[in-house]
Design a protein around this ligand. Structure first.
Ligand code: NIG
Ligand code: FE
Length: 403
């Protein structure tokens, strides 16, 4: 191990939630040492080597945790859909609006019309808002372009956000979000376009870290998604799925069949779907902001997920249609309140399990060798992170990219 006097930073007098092990993996009187952007040592302060003469900073008893991870967002988009929110308050359904040409298509028109610079300028404050509440890694999906050029435009804006901020941005190609007007009635041809032209370009240029699709009656069928996922696998791209959000389309099982990193939403997933996910190791990403905003009543099968050992993540789904919520802390509180996840499940779901949903094994817990993406909180217990909303407990964020 690197001698202690050569550490870049040693944090002392911390209460640490490592998120590995039971009960938040708490270390009551802890210290943590950082070297080259990674955690070099973490443990009880009493065990800290004597020669810890590097830059040492006391956290004065504050809580030290992994930085949060938002593993499902659509935060690059043009315009907004407050008008549709109003229509839904008056009784229109999400599906009705989509079938009438609104919904995702309305954001597609605004996103196509926007330049990359305009999309970047609109998205940057959203990234900053998440970062300001302790988020260090954000996944961003495309899916509001639905042409080769405009999907590539969205992915490059997302990559640019990652370069311009200390936040890690993971990009996901969601070209199969809905059938674009140019392909109305020819969804199979659109899937072929993605498979034959867009995916190879994205894979060759390493423009996306994963591929996602929306499997639903108003979007793509299971067999269309299967074709897309087979092609993704050939190109070495991991997959994720918007599954069983409005009806049971067998999405959980479909995701499992393709060894997806995650299946997301899952309100209508059957017990068999949950069992298939458990067997494949897919993460269940729950999106309580969409559940709230759409006024859903069908709860995801949380008990079955727990019984079968499906790991549960929580994310914002930040998007202008179903989840105009740019706060992971709010999503954590909503997951507790609406889905009755325990505060510890919410916290693990926005750190350790969220990392798993992105295929990242270098973050989400505090352990030797992990990235030094850390958050420091003015709280008396980590359960408060799924309790308060909009209150200023974040004391400091330390991200590996700023060290
Ligand atoms: O995660 N379900 C599909 N996709 C998004 C919503 C997109 C939109 O309505 O703009 C979601 O809920
Ligand atoms: Fe989504």
């Amino acid at each position: 191990m690197v001698p202690f006097f050569a550490m870049d930073l040693v944090l002392t007098d911390a209460r640490i939630a490592t998120l590995s092990g039971d009960d938040y993996g708490v270390i009551a009187d802890g210290a943590l040492a950082i070297k080259d952007g990674k955690i070099a040592w973490v443990g009880a302060q009493a065990d800290l080597p004597d020669e810890a003469a590097s830059t040492t900073r006391s956290l004065g008893g504050r809580w030290l945790t992994p930085a949060l991870i938002d593993c499902h967002t659509h935060l690059v988009f043009g315009g907004n859909r407050a008008d549709e929110f109003e229509q839904r308050l008056r009784g229109a359904s999400y599906e009705d609006i989509a079938r009438a040409g609104g919904g995702i298509m309305s954001t597609v028109s605004a996103t196509r019309a926007a330049s990359a610079d305009e999309l970047y300028a609109a998205a940057l404050p959203r990234v900053e808002a998440l970062a300001a509440e302790g988020v260090g890694t954000i996944e961003i999906k495309s899916g509001y372009g639905l042409t080769i050029d405009s999907e590539l435009k969205m992915l490059s804006v997302a990559r640019q956000l990652g370069e311009a901020t200390p936040v890690t941005i993971r990009t996901t190609l969601l070209a199969a979000h809905t059938v674009p007007p140019e392909y109305q009635g020819r969804a199979d041809d659109y899937i072929d376009l993605i498979c034959d032209e867009l995916l190879p370009e994205v894979a060759a240029g390493r423009l996306a870290d994963a591929v996602d699709a929306y499997c639903e009656s108003i979007a793509f069928s299971a067999s269309q998604v299967a074709k897309l996922f087979s092609r993704s696998a050939e190109l070495g791209l991991p997959v994720k799925l918007h599954a069983d959000q409005l009806s049971d389309g067998g999405g959980g099982a479909l995701a499992a069949q393709f060894s997806a990193l995650s299946a997301d939403h899952l309100e209508y997933t059957s017990t068999a779907g949950v069992a298939a996910m458990a067997a494949s190791g897919a993460v269940a990403v729950l999106l309580p902001g969409a559940f709230l905003t759409l006024g859903e009543t069908q709860l995801p099968p949380i008990e079955a997920m727990r019984d079968q050992g499906v790991p549960i993540a929580v994310a914002t789904d930040c998007n202008p249609g179903t989840s105009p919520i740019c706060s992971l802390r709010t999503a954590m509180m909503l997951a507790a309140r609406q889905f009755k996840l325990t505060p510890e499940e919410c916290f693990a779901g926005a750190t350790r399990v969220a990392a798993q949903a992105l295929g990242l094994d270098d973050r989400g817990t505090l352990a030797t060798g992990q990235r030094a993406d850390l958050a420091v909180w003015d709280i008396s217990h980590p359960r408060e992170l799924a309790y308060w909303v909009g209150t200023p407990q974040l004391s400091e964020v330390i991200l590996a990219d700023t060290l």
